[in-house]
Design a protein around this ligand. Structure first.
Ligand SMILES: [Zn+2]
Length: 363
């Protein structure tokens, strides 16, 4: 991880001493905007609330305990019936799907097979990275954003997320072959802090001083409380209320900061829900039913995401659907990476399959 100063695309072109004609500036404007022509947001904050089961969430919203989630429902496009990965309802495999747009496992499919990211380990990765495990480079939303000159970051509240830092650092990240060389380190800033309050403080300070255009933020609180005291316990509810508070601070940031105001989109999902003291069993609806919320620039207010996407996604009711199931796919946490890129006006993650057509619409 290194701290790289981001320069707006095209800044070098206009830095010369000779004044440029209006026509030249127009041409430069066309050239530099072409890669991101459809961008509806300049900044995307991609958030994962670890262990947030949709049914627990809605019960707390209904009882008036989560003012910020309630606000996200009123002002954003969302569903409480999104899905995790088909095969795994544990943390690192699902977060890897979120940032790579791939399922965990390979799937035989026509016309082309779906290639998973293959990361099934859910403990600290040691020195391993996603590519060595998969025997092939696994591209991510960080690659696409960074290779296109955007500033990127990850804020994580569990140590095992170092997997992403060491998969996309200066040694293991892919060479940048898109436009100007922005280097191999795809995550400009990686912050790990098990204290979510302090992590949120740091996130807000960094966003105020030099905002990231694509940033992933992970909150562990609900998962930690679930494992200690059970999903649905008072401790679990208190942890979700705490996360609601962090989201309130983030909403405050993006609605008041002059650089971010009106230009920032937020995506929120979860890696899995849970029941009892765990979430391992992939066939339990309490484990695989998760929220998927979007808010801000490029997002309609108060809309159901399945209604907005009736041509490409279908509400799975209570079912657990494989990636090769007949009919339309459910909305999944793995849609988030390619959605973030489409909101930023960028194309999909190469070799991804979940939302690779970038046809999940938020308005
Ligand atoms: Zn867990």
């Amino acid at each position: 991880m290194t701290h790289v100063d981001w320069k707006p695309a095209g800044s070098r072109l206009v830095a010369g001493k000779r004044p440029l004609s209006v026509a030249a500036l127009l041409i430069i404007g066309l050239l530099t905007s072409s890669a991101r022509a459809a961008g509806m947001a300049e900044y995307v904050i991609h958030i994962s609330v670890d262990g947030l089961g949709a049914s627990y969430l809605q019960a707390l919203i209904d009882s008036g305990d989560l003012p910020n989630f309630k606000r996200l429902q009123a002002e954003g496009a969302w569903t409480n019936n999104a899905r995790t990965d088909f095969d795994y309802t544990i943390t690192l495999p699902n977060h890897t799907s979120m940032v790579t747009g791939r399922p965990v496992m390979d799937k035989a499919a026509k016309p082309t097979a779906i290639v998973g990211h293959h990361w099934i380990i859910n403990t600290d990765p040691g020195t391993r990275n996603l590519h060595g495990n998969s025997h092939d480079y696994v591209k991510s939303a960080f690659d696409v954003a960074h290779d296109n000159g955007l500033r990127t970051a990850m804020f994580a509240s569990k140590s095992k997320f170092v997997l992403y830092d060491q998969s996309y650092d200066a040694a293991n990240g892919a060479p940048d072959t898109t436009g100007p060389d922005n280097g191999r380190d795809k995550i400009d800033l990686y912050v790990k802090d098990g204290d979510s309050v302090k992590m949120t403080d740091r996130f807000i300070a960094e966003m105020k001083s030099n905002p990231f255009q694509y940033v992933f933020v992970h909150f562990h609180d609900a998962d930690t409380a679930g494992h200690a005291k059970k999903w649905g316990s008072e401790a679990y509810h208190e942890a979700i209320k705490a996360v609601d508070g962090y989201l309130g601070r983030i909403l405050e940031l993006v609605t008041t900061d002059e650089k971010l105001k009106g230009k920032t989109a937020i995506i929120i999902s979860a890696d899995h829900g849970g029941t009892g003291l765990d979430h391992f069993y992939n066939r339990n609806p309490l484990n695989y039913t998760i929220p998927f919320y979007t808010w801000g620039a490029g997002v309609a207010a108060g809309k159901d995401l399945y209604s907005l996407n009736s041509a490409s996604r279908s509400d799975p009711k209570a079912d657990r659907l494989d990636y090769v199931a007949e009919g339309l796919q459910p909305i999944r946490n793995g849609d988030g990476g390619n959605l973030a890129l489409s909101l930023l006006g960028l194309g999909p993650i190469p070799d991804s399959s979940i939302n690779a057509a970038q046809d999940l619409h938020t308005q």
